[in-house]
Write a protein of this length. Structure first.
Ligand code: MN3
Length: 200
């Protein structure tokens, strides 16, 4: 049966307080994410093949998406997939440890240096987009994507990400993106990032 709605958050709306507030989580999940999902479903409504595929597989194989719906699939399929992924890597006060922690320290020198590099990258997103820690043939990298363009469409495997669209932080942080990014580092689910790293 075709999925009609998005999955609930895997935790309470207020689980990330005070770093990410309940009001933001409610509107971000129930309105923004749901709208991406609805528009993705509408975009593929007449395409049985895409309907039968996982959205991740669709984004990895954009060449198989017809031109007349390609941009809608990128925007709304990407928006659906990215938000689902984002919810999965959020958890308050998870310890930075595991093979991913070792790999980050090996690549950037320390947790602090990684945090600094990731923060600079997230601050540099102009307009709407995301910052990602990904892995792939070039090893660990921090990359930005615009709008809902997906790292999986570029052959990268996401390990963690921050949504830097204003809707992700404006209610609580207004224009202070740097404070939101600082807060984000308190709610990274490193156990889940470790799972993504081990299974990529
Ligand atoms: Mn968002």
């Amino acid at each position: 049966m075709t999925q009609r709605t998005i999955e609930p958050l895997p935790y309470a709306y207020n689980a990330l307080e005070p770093y990410i507030d309940e009001a933001t989580m409610r509107v971000h999940h129930d309105k923004h994410h749901q709208t991406y999902f609805d528009k993705y479903m509408a975009a593929i409504a007449n395409n049985k093949k895409l309907q039968s595929m996982n959205v991740t597989e669709v984004l990895k194989n954009l060449v198989r998406v017809p031109d007349d719906i390609k941009q809608a699939v990128i925007n709304h399929g990407g928006g659906h997939y990215h938000h689902r992924f984002f919810w999965s890597i959020l958890k308050k006060d998870a310890a930075f440890k595991g093979k991913i922690a070792d790999a980050i320290v090996k690549k950037w020198g320390s947790y602090e240096k990684f945090k600094e590099a990731f923060t600079q990258q997230a601050l540099s997103v102009f307009g709407s987009g995301w910052t990602w820690l990904v892995t792939g043939k070039d090893g660990l990298e921090i990359v930005n994507t615009k709008n809902q363009d997906s790292p999986v469409s570029m052959g990268k495997e996401p390990l963690l990400c921050i949504d830097v669209w204003e809707h992700a932080y404006y209610l609580k942080y207004q224009n202070k993106r740097a404070e939101y990014i600082e807060a984000f580092f308190h709610v990274i689910n490193w156990q889940q990032v470790e799972k993504y790293y081990q299974h990529h």
